[in-house]
Design a protein around this ligand. Sequence first.
Ligand SMILES: N[C@@H](CCC(=O)N[C@@H](CS)C(=O)NCC(=O)O)C(=O)O
Length: 186
Amino acid sequence: MQEKGIEPFVSQTYDLRAGDNLSAEFRQMNPFGRVPVLELDDGTFLAESVAICRYLEGLHPEPALFGSTPLELAQVEMWNRRAELNFMLPAASSFRNLSGVFKDREKICEEWGLISAEVAAAALAVFDEHLASSTFLAGDVFSVADITFAIAVNFAERVQVDLPYDLSNIARYRQTIAARPSFATG
Ligand SMILES: N[C@@H](CCC(=O)N[C@@H](CS)C(=O)NCC(=O)O)C(=O)O
């Protein structure tokens, strides 16, 4: 929203560790009991981060964060899916299985947490190699793929997933992203 200059919105905070998101009331908004959820003025609920971003892109096309040409659209989609499936999911899985923070709502397996960190670390090395010749994930233009990836890396570091955060291209990329006002204040 900040990248697109969308006016402030009313936000509501849920305590995930306390399980606020597991209530029947919350599941009316998202049956999978996950944040974020965007409630529209007509009472429609949208969940899934990228679905919410696509909706905002449709309403506020500029600056384009999903690409403009058919090739850009495909490249942003490709890198966003790579960021979600190859990095974010194993990093989150490592956190969830090693920290036990959500053991009140799911089975956890320490070995799976360790394996997931290895999978995320291997993916991070591939992203590092790609970023040696690309300013952002999908080329020279910042996109939703960078939002997905940079936030996932920041989150993984904050919750102490054991990853090689000092890879040189990843470090340069994170500095570039951190300088954006949306990341500085977001
Ligand atoms: N694919 C979903 C993932 C949502 C998700 O996993 N949210 C986490 C927090 S970032 C959550 O709600 N966790 C609470 C729980 O697992 O109970 C998206 O992109 O919005």
